[in-house]
Design a protein around this ligand. Structure first.
Ligand SMILES: CC(C)(COP(=O)(O)OP(=O)(O)OC[C@H]1O[C@@H](n2cnc3c(N)ncnc32)[C@H](O)[C@@H]1OP(=O)(O)O)[C@@H](O)C(=O)NCCC(=O)NCCS
Length: 105
């Protein structure tokens, strides 16, 4: 997912409306466990924005971007489903049910 709002119109909740639209569709689908996106590590505003909407940093990817500096990215993730309870002979443990992102955004 890539989301953008023109600079003069930021901090007016437009990003929130766009993001909620996408998240609502994903939740209603019922088959989507998580959504992922990449953010430049220096993009503090976007990181705060996504964290406010329940995303967490899942991974840092070195040299993810080819044409911008810094080239490193955070992979942000928001899960829709609670971790599944898995019963094993060793006792119960929690296992997250997530898809693996394999494309650049
Ligand atoms: C990230 C982006 C989409 C947010 O859109 P927006 O319309 O400005 O965001 P909102 O007004 O809905 O912000 C909601 C909340 O997120 C947080 N937030 C958003 N921008 C922030 C910033 N620059 N710094 C700190 N917190 C921020 C705040 O908590 C904000 O609530 P508040 O204004 O009441 O404090 C927008 O900044 C943007 O287009 N950035 C450039 C593109 C980009 O970096 N996209 C992300 C990579 S996919």
């Amino acid at each position: 997912m890539t989301l953008g709002c023109l600079a003069p119109y930021r901090r007016l909740c437009i990003g929130t409306v766009m993001l909620k639209h996408v998240l609502d569709i994903c939740e209603k689908d019922g088959n989507i466990d998580s959504v992922f996106l990449h953010v430049q590590v220096s993009n503090e505003g976007a990181i705060k924005f996504y964290e406010k909407h329940g995303f967490t940093i899942a991974e840092e990817k070195k040299n993810y971007y080819k044409r911008i500096e810094p080239a490193d990215a955070y992979l942000l993730q928001k899960s829709f489903k609670e971790p599944r309870a898995v019963t094993s002979t060793a006792g119960s443990e929690l296992e997250p049910s997530v898809a693996t992102p394999n494309s650049k955004h």
